[in-house]
Design a protein around this ligand. Structure first.
Ligand code: ADP
Ligand code: MG
Length: 382
């Protein structure tokens, strides 16, 4: 049985509020898709529709050659060959760790010995061998989420669904469990759909990332695609910016991008929409595009193509320092990394790499404000 997931034109409303709008995507067997979006963008509703806990109003869901949902067809969650891990663990409080995990096998009518062997093996894999007999209230948050992960993995489902599984955990634990989810799900061979509002988590885990905005899938691609070619200011913002400037196109855009005249100087943006000279633009800047040079070291050089700013904050980050800069006109750039510390008040030259600068006409048409002219719903195979 293959676990190629195909979702077509999925829509869902609660009363008059449209929560999912014609969402289409597909995930190849064994691939890891992260759906990224702010709170309220419809992530949980989408995952619950995949799981069969929620019924979509329109659209279809296929897993392999099986139809899970379309029209009157609505397979129950336990007939979909999937397992889900929730933000709040959702363990049975009256069952031990091993009973929680074993519960997922009961329906399979495995011989008791075989079931025990599998439960022990999967608890071992998530590092909980010593805790098998303990109850959820005797376990830490991280351990409870490991039990939930083991419970999802034990029946070897074709599809694994994760709803913000790390958001209730401390930073250090979150990082470790993220690595375990990444390796264990990939070892299992299951297709994965993982939802989060945290862009660093999305980039760390995903083979492909889809961005949800107001119930619409507005971009779907590899992490590199999204980082280097965000399709809208919203996607750029949601995947990490140092800051933004406003300005005008100094000339019409070319294959190399567009020169943007801003209050802080002229900046070349490597990508964005095609524009004519004079178009009002928003210039969005990735942190990785910004490099610093001390102004005094550059005194003799004509610093063409670079801006001048003032360091307003410096924070030690282990391998170097993050800076906040203020540019002429008052715009701030945050998260500007340099191996060396530049002290508060220092004047610095700021070089901007066109690859990490995006220009969008202002105001950029939003898929929500202009539904009639919005592009076709994103439908991409991954
Ligand atoms: P996310 O997980 O991205 O935060 P949700 O899917 O939970 O988003 O919610 C999307 C929108 O749908 C929100 O505005 C939420 O209030 C609404 N919503 C979700 N579930 C229900 C429900 N059962 N009844 C009414 N509104 C709901
Ligand atoms: Mg949610």
């Amino acid at each position: 049985m293959t676990s190629h997931l195909r979702v077509e034109n999925l829509s869902k409303s609660f009363g008059s509020s449209r929560v999912l709008r014609e969402v289409s995507f597909s995930v190849q067997p064994g691939r890891f898709l992260v759906l990224l979006g702010p709170s309220g963008s419809g992530k949980t509703t989408l995952l619950r529709c995949l799981a069969g806990i929620e019924r979509a109003d329109a659209g279809s869901i296929h897993l392999g050659d099986r139809l899970l949902a379309h029209g009157r067809t609505h397979l129950a969650p336990d007939r979909r060959d999937l397992a889900m891990v929730f933000q709040d663990y959702a363990l049975w409080p009256h069952m031990s760790a091993s009973a929680n995990v074993g519960y997922a096998l009961r329906r399979r009518r495995l011989a008791e010995r075989e079931a025990h062997t599998r439960v022990d093996a999967v608890l071992d894999r998530v590092g909980l061998r010593e805790h098998a007999a303990q109850y959820p209230h005797e376990l830490s948050g991280g351990q409870q989420q490991r039990v939930a992960l083991a419970r999802a993995l034990v029946a070897e489902p074709g599809l694994l669904l994760f709803d913000e599984p790390l958001s209730n955990l401390d930073a250090d634990l979150r990082e470790r469990l993220r690595v375990e989810i990444s390796t264990l799900t990939r070892e299992s061979g299951a297709t994965v759909v993982y939802i989060t509002h945290d862009q660093s988590e999305a980039f760390a885990l995903a083979d492909e990332i889809g961005v949800l905005e107001g119930g619409r899938l507005v971009q779907l691609g590899s992490p590199e695609d999204l980082y280097l070619r965000p399709s809208s200011p919203f996607v750029a913002q949601f995947t990490g910016l140092a800051g933004e400037l406003t300005g005008h196109a100094a000339a019409a855009s070319t294959d190399q991008g567009v020169s943007v005249r801003t209050g802080a100087g002229v900046v070349l943006a490597g990508s964005g929409d095609a524009v004519t000279a004079g178009t009002a633009l928003r210039l969005l800047i990735r942190p990785a595009a910004v490099t610093l040079v001390d102004a005094t070291e550059l005194a003799a050089e004509a610093a063409t193509g670079s801006l001048t700013g003032t360091v307003v904050d410096t924070a030690y980050r282990g391998r170097g320092y993050d800076h906040v800069l203020e540019l002429p006109g008052g715009t701030q750039l945050t998260g500007v990394f340099d191996r060396l510390a530049h002290r508060r008040g220092t004047r610095v030259h700021v070089h901007l790499d066109p690859e990490g600068c995006f220009a969008f006409p202002e105001p950029h048409p939003s898929p929500l404000s202009a539904p009639a002219q919005s592009p076709e719903p994103v439908s991409t195979r991954i």
